[in-house]
Design a protein. Structure first.
Length: 319
């Protein structure tokens, strides 16, 4: 780190990051540069934006704007961190992995290589689950293919008194999910809820078999990408775990259909399935649910007006 870089204004540092990331094809270069700089300086984005308005240098922010005293050495270390972050992001490593976390609804989730990064569109899936459980007395919900825990943990803190059982098959993803569950223990207790995470195959009949025909809500974001629809974004193609992406068949519907089969057994009479799917799979998922005897099968759109998730209900009487 040379003296010119140490004396650069924060605006200059953001601009350098912006230009580097734009050249690398990152779709949100300014936003990413700001977030990476804030993290490198160990401040929040609000503090960074205030310092940018005052045209401060990194040294001024570290000594005036953050409730800590930094030496010149630690300032240099912060800017070296920033350069390292920029190089990783320019290599198209996901921003969430570099920062080590991401926000999802009311959660701040720990994330890193080996776990699927939850997307904003999945927040609409969670909302459907929250709405379905509203007003129930200590409902029971199962989150199949839980990954980071984004869906099940959201239910556990947003639906008072809910009992959530989450299932994840991949050991790396399970470890991230367990970390996030530990982080949310206090919030779950405050809500009067209960959350348990299981390392198992969500499609196996023996998984959670003690809950068969007793579950009020099965909710899932299973792997559903068609095998030949390899994502073009390097952040997805090269970093998201294949096990969390691909649906096991040319149309991507094999694993979602197995979730339909398992959910039909888990659900209590009248219980609801909420399952995310690819934008191209809406009609196929509705048809698959109807073939299995579900009622009220319907696909719903996300905020981008794309088919995003299925809801279907187990009949009250045997079909």
């Amino acid at each position: 780190m040379n003296q010119q870089e140490l004396g650069a204004s924060l605006a200059e540092l953001v601009d350098r990051g912006h230009r580097l990331l734009a050249q690398a094809g990152v779709s949100t270069p300014i936003n990413d540069a700001r977030l990476l700089l804030a993290d490198a300086l160990r401040c929040d984005l609000h503090q960074l934006d205030q310092a940018l308005l005052m045209d401060w240098t990194a040294e001024e922010l570290l000594t005036k704007g953050v409730d800590r005293t930094y030496t010149d050495g630690s300032q240099s270390a912060a800017l070296e961190r920033y350069q390292s972050y920029l190089q990783r992001r320019a290599g198209r490593e996901p921003l969430q992995y570099i920062l080590g976390h991401a926000y999802f609804r009311y959660l701040d989730l720990r994330l890193g290589p080996g776990v699927f990064i939850p997307r904003p569109e999945t927040e609409t899936v969670v909302q459907a689950g929250v709405d379905a459980l509203a007003g129930m007395d200590h409902p029971l919900a199962v989150d199949l293919c839980s990954g980071s825990g984004a869906i099940g943990l959201s239910l556990a803190i947003e639906v008072p008194g809910v009992r959530v059982r989450a299932v994840e098959i991949d050991k790396q993803a399970y470890r991230w999910g367990a970390l996030n569950a530990a982080d949310q223990e206090a919030a779950i207790r405050k809500a009067g809820s209960d959350y348990q995470l299981l390392l198992a195959d969500a499609t196996e009949p023996t998984t959670l078999s003690d809950l068969d025909a007793h579950v009020d809500l099965v909710i899932s974001n299973p792997p559903y990408v068609p095998l030949d629809a390899i994502p073009s974004q390097p952040e997805v193609r090269d970093w998201d775990p294949d096990l969390a992406l691909y649906g096991g068949s040319a149309d991507g519907c094999l694993l979602p259909c197995r979730i339909l089969d398992r959910a039909k057994i888990l659900l209590a009479p009248g219980g609801l399935l909420v399952m995310e799917h690819d934008a191209s799979q809406g009609p196929a998922m509705v048809a698959a649910a109807q073939e299995r005897g579900y009622l009220e099968a319907c696909t719903h759109q996300d905020l981008a007006v794309r088919d995003r998730y299925l809801t279907a209900r187990r009949p009250v009487f045997a079909s």
